[in-house]
Design a binder for this molecule. Sequence first.
Ligand code: CTP
Length: 405
Amino acid sequence: MQGKRILLVVGGGIAAYKCLELIRRGRERGLRFRCVTTRAAEQFVTPLSLAALAGEKVYRDLFSLTDEAEMGHIRLSREADLVVVAPATADLLAKMAGGHADDLASTLLLATDKPVLVAPAMNPRMWAHPATQRNLRQLRADGIHVVGPETGELACGEEGPGRMAEVETILAAIEALLVGDGPRLEGVRVLVTSGPTREPLDPVRYLTNRSSGRQGHAIAAAFAAAGAEVVLVSGPVALADPPGVHTVHVETAEEMLAACLAALPVEVAVCAAAVADWRPARRLPAKLKKTAEGPPPTLELEDNPDILATLARHPEARPHLVVGFAAETEEVVAHARAKLARKGCDLILANDVGPRSGVLGGPRNRVHVIDRDGTLESWPELDKREVARRLVRLVAERLGRAVCA
Ligand code: CTP
């Protein structure tokens, strides 16, 4: 993304403060920013802060003679690689959908021939309003790209969809649009599992593991960015649902299996969840109490279903391509090869999850990709989002081969 130029239109919403972070993080990755504010935006973030972080003057006024003389609104967008609107308020979206041009922001959005990415942010009821949804459909039909919004608690104190996408999510969307050389998977349906499972012992205790869901969620997001229709079945994680993905939240392995079977048929299944292998044999209806005497209770376990193996051996609806992960702490490749054969998948991504690797819960991953025919490809240590993008490319190649064969 080195040297790519972003024209950032800052709308008037509380999320405008996140633009400062967007500029910082974006500049760290080599992006250059030029900012345009609406009048309302300046109630939330000052042009001075934006100018200081962007290292460039902020443009505000359509009829300012100096701005028009130095750089007309046409030139502003001509000199950008991508126009980003963040936060895109309900009002700005409505103006864009209606083709209004009554201030600098709306005028340049009407005049631009560059790709435009909007990051909506508003109150959940404004977001759900038929007018906003109608505007959004119009904008999508006009070729505008949309990232978010996310669901959660909003500054107005309400909960629901409407929170502007996180800075990292917006940057990933920017990157996908700028790099733009990735494969396209429109029309392909993909199932991804992610996160740990939680296996209850009683109403207050459960068995689980250290999986954060970062890798699985990044994979779901990368497939969605490539245009695939993605169902993400996720155990309990502290991550936001990826934009553009249908996320099904589950807790136990049995619930995860049921949600995966309900998502079939799919062309591709990627099992990245760290499913608990066992669950307590008895799920107690009331809290297990300590007794004054006697030994501590023993925990009897029983097997959980193997979701990957079930999908790979599905008699009627086996996905074209079934991809598993192998979390190993020793003899990573040898164990992963055996796992691939045992579970019947087509590809397995083996990773070392030993305590010194930092993989479980961390942002980076080092994987070895093992094919059914035994070939091995080792990737360097990468950000989990880059692992996800490489996997999408690999899957696209495989699907291409499957289609040609
Ligand atoms: N997996 C699954 N359902 C299970 C267990 C694992 O779908 N009940 C999937 C994981 O999502 C992963 C692959 O199987 O894609 C391997 O998981 P891993 O934990 O590495 O292997 P295990 O099956 O637990 O085997 P082992 O305990 O021998 O490492």
